[in-house]
Structures are given as C-alpha cells and as structure tokens.
Ligand binder design. Structure first.
Ligand SMILES: [Zn+2]
Length: 312
C-alpha cells in the first residue's frame, strides 16, 4: 500500500498527515504558519519531516488557498499567504526530496469528500463550501475538474443578482453574497433589527446588540427552533437551492455536497436547501434529482484530498 502525505496550509496553521489508500489518516502534526511568507516553505518542510519519520512515503500533496496553475506547481496568487507566482512545488521538493503536487485547498477538500466522504461512490459531484464566503470543487466523470488555467470550480463569484450586493471581488450580486455564512449573519441581523422583540433569544447569545450576532449564535438559536434564526437559514438555503438547480442545468451531477463551517448545522441547512433545489430545478418531475448531502470529513477533508491527489 502506498502512503502519501497531505498538507493543509492555512493562514494560522499548517497541518500535515500521513494518509493511506482508503483515506485514513495514520498520523498528523500541526505547526504554526510563519508571519513572514518567505519562511512558509521551511515550515511546510518541517511539518512533512516530522510526520514522515516512521513511514515509507511515495509523494506529498499540498493544499493551498488561492489560484494554483494547471500544472499543479505554482501558486499564482494566494491572498492569505501573500504569494504571487510562488514556485511551491520546486521549493518543497528541494527541501524534502519527494515528489510534490500543489492543489487549490477547496479542490483538495472536494476530492476528499467525493472519494472518501459524503459522496463516496459518486463520479459526478459538486461540492459547495459554505463558510464566510462560498468555495467549491467539481468532480466530473470521476476526475477533479480544474479548468484550463487551474482556476475552475469556484461557484462563489458567479452573479445571481444583476447590480446586487457589492462583493469583495469587485463585482456585484455574486452568489456568496446571498448564500454564505456572512449572508446568514446578515439575514439574521436584518430580521433582529426589524423585530427586536422577537429576537430576544438570539440577541441574548451575543452581547445583546444586533451587530453582536455571530454565525454560531444563529446556528445555536436555530437548533432551539428560534423563528428568526430558522428564517435566516431558510433564506440562504433558498439561494443555495437556486444555485444548485442552476449548476444542475449545466453539469447534471448525481450529488451535491454542502461543506464548510455553516454545513455543520446539518439538516438546518441541508433539508431546506435540498427542498429549494428540487422546487427550482428545470424539468422537475421529468428527470432524476441529485442527492443533496452534508460533508462528513469536516476539517480533515483538505488534507485527505491533497494526499490522495498526490497519487494521481
Ligand atoms: Zn464576487
């Protein structure tokens, strides 16, 4: 059995793990991400060295946020680590003497969920990562789809509302402005501001102000059947359903996986999103519906996926 190492390079920590062919993590270590990005390659190499000591390792897969070129070698742009055209593959190979591939972290996590997690057994999978923004990944015909330039599979910035809410990317009306964790908080705050009398429970979970409402409060209140929190979940779930039905018109997957921090709310998000997807799907009633699933690997998905992608 060939073992590989997956590395998840985050803004604050670097997680490296030895993974077997079934997606099981045998061992892992965590190191801090250096403040100085010139030192990040050394920190990655250190993490790999620590975790590989007792194992025979075939290759290393790195998952990094940002635009990764289609050759899986260079980070074109990484907002969190301030890399521009960083030849990460070469830098790490020089330091550790093993073959290295670099993948976008969301693509790596999507691969992990599609192969070993929620969508195991499916060949056509769309993963939608619902965090502060929206990320994702596409598995088409059993392969990770990266696009010609390596930047494909990013549903967060396709436009759903012409001249809609402004987005950090410079455009307006992007999907992530309506269906992300930030959109969930915004929906809850708007409702709490409009009807503070009905928002007592939700406000009580924070500092009592509308601005003090955080995503975790909305999830906790929704679990207790708070009407404002449930309405906020239903609002973003409706947008997610819209997005999935539009994606289905183009790609016709057999499964959608909802991943990321907001998906930890489970059926509070998944059930209304699945219902909205079925309601909005073009040709509904005359075609099979895709399954709408909640991610199962949690924060390990990126590491597991990067390790497996190092094999292929
Ligand atoms: Zn945008």
């Amino acid at each position: 059995m060939t073992l590989t190492i997956g590395v998840d390079i985050g803004g604050t920590k670097i997680l490296a793990g030895v993974v077997d062919e079934t997606g099981k993590i045998l061992d892992s270590v965590k190191v801090s991400t250096p403040e100085n990005s010139d030192l990040t390659a050394d920190a990655i190499a250190e993490a790999v060295r620590k975790v590989r000591a007792d194992y025979e390792i075939g290759a290393v897969g790195l998952g990094a946020a940002g635009f990764i070129d289609a050759d899986r070698a260079t980070v074109l742009f990484a907002p969190n680590v301030s890399w521009v055209n960083e030849p990460l593959k070469t830098r790490i190979e020089e330091r550790i003497g093993l073959p290295v591939v670099v993948e976008n972290d969301a693509n790596a996590a999507a691969w992990g969920e599609a192969k070993f997690g929620a969508a195991a057994g499916h060949d056509d999978v769309v993963v939608i990562t619902v965090g502060t923004g929206i990320g994702g990944g596409l598995i088409l015909g059993g392969s990770l789809y990266r696009g010609r330039f390596g930047i494909g599979g990013e549903p967060g910035h396709y436009r759903v509302v012409p001249d809609g809410r402004p987005c950090g990317c410079g455009n307006r009306g992007c999907f992530e402005q309506y269906a992300s964790g930030n959109a969930l908080v915004r929906a809850a705050r708007e409702r709490a501001a409009a009807a503070p009398g009905r928002a007592k429970e939700l406000l009580g979970l924070g500092d009592g102000t509308v601005e003090g409402i955080q995503g975790s409060h909305v999830t906790e209140a929704a679990r207790n059947d708070d009407v404002i929190a449930l309405a906020a979940f239903n609002e973003i779930a409706d947008w997610l359903g819209q997005g999935m039905s539009d994606i289905a018109a183009l790609l016709d997957p057999s499964a959608f996986v909802l991943a990321g921090g907001v998906s930890e709310a489970g059926d509070l998000l998944r059930a209304p999103a699945a219902e909205a997807y079925r309601r909005k799907l073009a040709g509904q009633g005359h075609r099979p519906y895709a399954q709408v699933l909640t991610a199962t690997l949690g924060p390990d998905a990126g590491l597991i996926g990067a390790a497996d992608l190092a094999r292929v």
